[in-house]
Design a protein around this ligand. Structure first.
Ligand code: ACO
Length: 407
């Protein structure tokens, strides 16, 4: 029997929880951060572990939908996971995760998603790496955009809080089309636009730039600037927070603004998409200083509901033999049939085309490339010749999944 108990948080647990999380992440507690992060507090979905009344661990889920190929799905956005230093490696997180997965399933969310502080933590709980990110560190004076500027698109700098409604309108129209982007509530925007001074690290407060066409805002970017001078003169940086620009004209106009900022020499963004159009839009892609990293992790919580909630780029009719140590209802053989217009997923006794663990299914879920690398890694086993190629055509998508924000 564990010597700690798990319970659901109450509103007034927030200050203590926030302090515990700060220490766990090697930060100092800070009132401005407590207020900002408080917008992301759903007490009834926050699990606390206590030993002798001492708060020793937490794991929370936020209620937001996430875009998946061809649709959106209810998704528990897992966050605020921490265990105090002196209670680690005693099974506290394991107990929290088991309770949390059961709660997410009971809430009718077929999928859970998270950003991992360390990738090694969550794979044992059935999370698969479902989206990669690209970080860019652009040598701005060496890079220009090759597309001609669209004279009907203008950019206008703005203070983010003053254009919050315009930002939300652009984002609301865009997020369902990009797998990995999540619905934003009023509280999400309050969190997103809060700017605790201790997080500035010498940079400016958040700034916005809007792309407008015919008086309408059609795209925006959020960024910071950081001034610097060295022996050769100006050496400032533009640090991008997000770029939301569905149309080519808005996208190019915003990037032209962000790369061409006077007195800066570097434009950086650590959360660009793996298929960022910028790669195709510049004269010198190598000078983008691009690197690939991990981004969103996905846990399939209710397998038939999750697989039926997305669409498939090509027709699929596949029997998947799935293992799942933590959620036995997911284990077994499933027939997935469908295509670009929708899909069904039902239990079957037919012979399998592919066998895989639920973790590999999580990796394929948002449509990040083909199943080939998973098969080559031994994480997907082809039971019927040609099944990996057929499944890849269906599971892939015309836009790579993108984790635009850490939640
Ligand atoms: C979604 C998010 O919020 S991500 C943020 C996660 N939080 C942090 O990184 C804050 C700092 N770290 C912590 O608070 C803790 O170390 C946690 C929450 C990551 C892990 O909590 P613990 O209670 O120690 O985990 P628990 O004891 O249940 O470990 C389960 C297993 O995972 C392993 N494990 C857990 N954390 C780690 C880690 N960071 N690195 C390597 N292995 C780990 C344990 O060794 C254990 O393995 P075993 O079953 O083979 O013995």
């Amino acid at each position: 029997m564990p010597d700690f108990v798990i319970s659901t948080a109450k509103q007034d647990d927030w200050p203590a929880l926030c302090r515990m999380i700060a220490y766990s992440f090697l930060e100092e507690p800070d009132e401005a951060i407590e207020e900002a992060e408080g917008h992301n507090f759903e007490p009834e979905r926050t699990l606390l572990a206590r030993r002798d009344d001492e708060l020793i661990g937490s794991a929370a889920a936020l209620t937001r939908r996430m875009a998946v190929p061809g649709g959106t799905v209810a998704c528990g956005h897992v966050t605020q996971v921490a265990v105090v230093a002196h209670a680690r490696r005693q099974g506290v997180l394991t107990a929290l995760k088991k309770t949390q997965l059961a709660d997410i399933r009971a809430a009718g969310e077929p999928v859970a998603a998270l950003w991992a502080s360390e990738g090694r933590i969550y794979q044992r709980f059935g999370y698969g790496l479902a989206a990669r990110r690209m970080s860019v560190n652009i040598d701005a004076r060496e890079v220009t955009l090759t597309a001609p500027a669209d004279p009907s698109v203008r950019v206008r700098p703005a203070v983010p809080l003053e254009v919050r409604d315009e930002l939300a309108r652009v984002y609301d129209a865009a997020w369902p089309d990009r797998p990995g982007w999540s619905q934003r509530h009023e509280s999400t925007w309050s969190y997103r636009l809060a700017d605790p001074p201790s997080r500035l690290e010498g940079a400016s407060p958040r700034r916005a730039v809007l792309a407008e066409q015919g008086g309408e805002v059609i795209g925006y970017a959020l960024y910071r600037t950081k001034g610097d001078w060295d022996a050769n003169g100006p050496n400032g940086t533009v640090d991008i927070i997000e770029v939301v620009a569905p149309s080519p004209g808005a996208y190019a106009a915003l990037w032209r603004f962000l790369i061409g900022y006077d007195l800066t020499r570097t434009t950086s963004w650590w959360l660009a998409a793996i298929d960022e159009p910028l790669l195709r839009l510049v004269n010198e892609p190598r000078r983008l200083g691009a690197r690939v990293g991990d981004s969103l992790w996905i846990r399939i919580v209710d397998l038939p509901a999750a697989l039926a909630a997305r669409r498939y780029a090509a027709p699929v009719d596949l029997v998947l033999d799935v293992t799942d140590e933590l959620i036995p209802e997911n284990a077994g053989r499933w027939r997935l049939a469908g295509g670009p217009d929708g899909a069904t997923c039902e239990a079957t006794t037919d012979a399998a085309d592919l066998s895989l663990d639920v973790k590999a299914l999580g990796s394929a879920y948002l449509g990040d490339g083909s199943l080939g690398p998973l098969a080559q890694a031994g994480l997907v086993v082809e039971e019927r010749p040609g099944a990996v190629a057929r499944a890849s055509a269906g599971f892939g998508w015309h836009r790579a999944p993108h984790g635009i924000e850490v939640f």
